[in-house]
Each structure stands twice: as C-alpha cells, then as structure tokens.
Design a protein around this ligand. Structure first.
Ligand SMILES: [Zn+2]
Length: 250
C-alpha cells in the first residue's frame, strides 16, 4: 500500500512549481498581484511602487521588495554571521521575524506611527547617540519625509564608522531628476503627483547624490546582472527585475 504522506511530500518537492518564496520557503505556482494603480506610477515607470502582477506571497504575505532585501542580506552581507546591532525602521513583518530570531542580531525596530515597533521615533530627530548601530534597514521611508536630507544625516550619524545601511525607495529613471513640489499637500494632490497619498516626492537618478551629500558611500546592486543567488533569469523568487539595492556605508 502506498504511503500517502510520503507521496504528498514528494509532490511538494517535485511539484514543478515555478516559484519559491525565500522568506517562508514555500514552493508556489504563482505570486499574487499587489500595489496601487494611479496613472503617474505607470507614466513614470516607478520601480518598487505601483501595481505588480507577481508581488505578494500567498503563503506568508511577503512582498517582492522584501524578498529582494532578504536575499541581499543573506547573500551579500554578513548580518547572519557577525554580531550586529541592527536598527530596522518600519519593519517588513516577515523579515522582522527572521531577523529577530537570529541570536547574533541585536535587533531594534522603530517607526513614528506603527504600533507594533519597539521604539516610536522621528527619523529626522533620532534619540540615539552618534555611532550606535552596525547596520540599518530603512526601506520605503525617505519618500515620505519632507526634509529627507535631515533624515539621511540622522541615519549617517547613528551608524558606526564602517557600518552599513540598506535604503530602498521607489524610484523612476523615466524622469531626469527627483520630482518634488511643496505645493502638493493634500492626499489627492500627492496621489496624482507622486502616486501615493503620503509620498512627498519621486526619486530619480540623483538619489545616490543625495545620499553622498550626507557622507555615505553608495553601492548600487542590480540583481538581474548577478542573478545566480537571486532566482535566475526565470525570476524564481518573484522579484522586480528593475529593482536595485541601495547599499550605503559610513
Ligand atoms: Zn512567503
């Protein structure tokens, strides 16, 4: 008599499913659609924002951009090997769970509004002393901050010398430079102008220059050009092909 249990686990491992979520380790037939759909997001081809057909993991709820950050941490940093004092801002839930479980990571989450974080904090006025953290993960925050230069300066200040940070933002290479307009103040105006009701700009080619202005060294990583550990050209992990990782060091 056949062992049904073994059969079903064989089915799982040889399922032929095309996709895999690195955060929950599920084999998947597909990722699910996710994201807003305002015209400006299409017009300006905003990477990391807007509607994507294959963004959301149906098993753990992780997003494409969260999976990219996790894969980058795993494959390109020593965060899972070295003792690391980490600040995780506006933490992505699944990523938070993985990072908090690691013994060598001294984990702290922070945000101004989120209830589930360990510390409530304004990114433009951080409570910590200079050179507090070995690493900072701060994704999709700077596009919400009116004085992003001050926010970047604060991130730089609280990072230890030789510390590093991942600072992801939605970005458009279809425009010449970062688009800001201080007269756009209502949620409706900001939706129309920037693609989300609480965004205050669309970053572009000069994003790296802004980071360099506060002192960071910037390394831009394009996974699609170095895809072996990132799911290959078949995009097994459901990433955004154009998305780059903005890795900065002090
Ligand atoms: Zn998942």
């Amino acid at each position: 008599m056949q062992d049904l249990k073994n059969n079903s686990s064989d089915l799982q491992s040889n399922s032929g499913f095309q996709y895999h979520c690195p955060l929950c380790d599920a084999s998947l037939e597909t990722f699910l659609p996710f994201g807003l759909d305002f015209p400006v997001l299409q017009e300006k081809s905003i990477i990391g924002g807007g509607h994507r057909d294959h963004a959301l993991c149906p098993n753990c709820g992780s997003l494409d951009r969260e999976r990219l950050v996790y894969l980058y941490l795993k494959n390109k940093t020593n965060i899972f090997e070295q003792p690391t004092k980490l600040l995780h801002m506006a933490p992505e839930p699944k990523l938070e769970k993985i990072l908090r479980q690691h013994e060598n990571i001294d984990y702290l989450s922070a945000d101004l509004y989120l209830e589930r974080v360990m510390v409530k904090m304004d990114i433009t006025n951080m409570a910590w002393e200079e050179a507090t953290f070995d690493a900072i993960i701060c994704n999709h925050i700077l596009e919400h901050i009116i004085d992003d230069h001050l926010a970047m300066s604060e991130l730089y200040r609280v990072l230890k010398p030789n510390g590093w940070a991942i600072l992801q933002v939605p970005i458009s290479y279809a425009i010449a430079q970062t688009y800001e307009d201080a007269t756009m103040i209502t949620p409706e105006q900001r939706e129309q102008a920037f693609g989300q009701s609480d965004h205050v700009r669309i970053y572009s080619h000069d994003y790296c220059d802004r980071l360099k202005q506060v002192g960071f060294k910037v390394d831009v990583f394009e996974w699609i050009k170095d895809d072996q550990l990132f799911g290959g050209q078949e995009n097994k992990f459901g990433l955004i092909k154009e998305e780059r990782v903005f890795f900065v060091t002090k």
